[in-house]
Design a protein around this ligand. Structure first.
Ligand SMILES: Cc1cc2nc3c(=O)[nH]c(=O)nc-3n(C[C@H](O)[C@H](O)[C@H](O)COP(=O)(O)OP(=O)(O)OC[C@H]3O[C@@H](n4cnc5c(N)ncnc54)[C@H](O)[C@@H]3O)c2cc1C
Length: 358
């Protein structure tokens, strides 16, 4: 997510940076790995942990990746070149493995053993295309703890026997006995429908079982006393709902600005909860934008999310989730309002979602 101004500057300086990229990369990786080995790889490690990736799988990937490189590049891969790239691979793999071991330990599971059978207790139709599944561990054990904003991986078996895995943010606060995921059915238009979201919508009912991973994800509130801005669009509201409910439950007192953009009030999943939970906070306001407003909601803002009329308190930490153009626009506006880039956190719902017309 790059602002327009920065995109132009990056383009203009690309030739100069490109000429020195080898030296810069070498120095950069040495400095970064020395200082913060986990910064760059943390997000990937969370995803890997939610998929149950094990250290042994790095060996398997290494074998096939390097065989493919040798086959494609042929003689260009001298022993020296192979050794250098081997070193890069294991440097990255080693860092990932160690973060993943820590993530597994935090959940009290053996590396890779993240999957459990969960029972769908209730299914709630939020909008025509969005449903919430409330889940509990099928073995009766307590649901694992998580931090608001985190997600789980969900594994389903499709009618053709293929197993598919997708991530879904937990959409309620950790306090409850149940865990909720809220899934938007991805309609393909001219292309096929989204496989897992369609399966969850058309095949999964109360009483059914699904395989769900332990919770992971690094979009979590780590500045509890700071003013917050929770900005979402479309189904990107799910981690924000979890955060909001938790803030209300834990008595957050600093200002909270809730921003959400959707096509219309009817497509805004959990719209009532979004407003009600904001109302439970002592110093919070919700601002909803709809591209197609409905007559019953005259007070709402129309068009796309626009922060220009909103005051952003000094020290605000912003949390963003939604389609890429939305996040890019909100991030640019926040930077212009003086929010440092380091205080703008975001979750990406995967490249597929960026391509979907929302
Ligand atoms: C951290 C994280 C949290 C997330 N949280 C949520 C959440 O809370 N709620 C939620 O609803 N989603 C969430 N997602 C998105 C979710 O994981 C899935 O990406 C989403 O449900 C779509 O998956 P799918 O299997 O239905 O679609 P896919 O089968 O992956 O298809 C995606 C798109 O590709 C197109 N496509 C598929 N096959 C073809 C083809 N052969 N040719 C052309 N086009 C094709 C489809 O039309 C569709 O538009 C999250 C993602 C991440 C990474």
């Amino acid at each position: 997510m790059l602002s327009e101004t920065s995109t132009a500057t990056v383009r203009a300086t690309l030739p100069a940076v490109g000429a020195a990229v080898g030296d810069i990369a070498d120095l950069f990786y040495r400095k970064l790995f020395d200082a913060h080995p986990d910064v760059m790889l943390g997000r990937i490690a969370h995803k890997h942990a939610s998929l149950g990736v094990t250290p042994a799988q790095y060996e398997i990937v290494h074998t096939h990746l390097f065989a493919a490189i040798a086959e494609v590049l042929g003689d260009a891969v001298t022993p020296e070149v192979a050794a250098a790239w081997d070193e890069v691979y294991w440097l990255m793999a080693g860092a990932l493995i160690s973060i993943e071991q820590r993530l597994y330990a935090q959940q009290g599971v053996v590396a890779g053993d993240v999957w459990r059978e969960w029972e769908v207790v209730t299914r709630i139709e939020e909008t025509a295309d969005v449903a919430t599944l409330q889940l509990r561990p099928a073995d009766g054990a307590p649901a694992p703890a998580f931090r608001p904003g985190q997600y789980v991986s969900v594994q389903v078996e499709l009618p053709d026997g293929a197993r598919q895995i997708r991530q879904y943010s937990l959409s309620r606060a950790p306090g409850s006995r149940l865990r909720s995921i809220t899934v938007k059915r991805v309609r393909g238009g001219g292309s096929p429908d989204g496989e897992v979201s369609r399966h969850l919508h058309t095949e999964v009912e109360a009483g059914d079982h699904v395989r769900v991973s332990a919770p992971y994800g690094d979009l979590v509130l780590d500045s509890a006393d700071a003013p917050l801005l929770l900005a979402s669009a479309g189904i990107g509201c799910t981690p924000m709902l979890s955060m909001l409910e938790d803030l209300a439950a834990t008595g957050h007192r600093a200002p909270v600005t809730v921003v959400h953009g959707d096509r219309s009030p009817a497509t805004h999943a959990m719209r009532t909860d979004h407003a009600l939970l904001t109302g439970k906070l002592p110093d919070a306001a919700a601002h909803f934008w709809y591209e197609d407003p409905e007559p019953g909601h005259p007070a709402e803002r129309t068009g796309r999310v626009d922060l220009s009329g909103l005051a952003v308190a000094p020290g605000t930490h912003a949390y963003l989730c939604g389609p890429l153009p939305f996040m890019r626009a909100v991030r640019t506006q926040l930077l212009a309002k003086g929010v440092p880039a380091t205080d703008i956190h975001y979750e990406v719902f995967g490249p597929d979602m960026w391509l979907a017309q929302d």
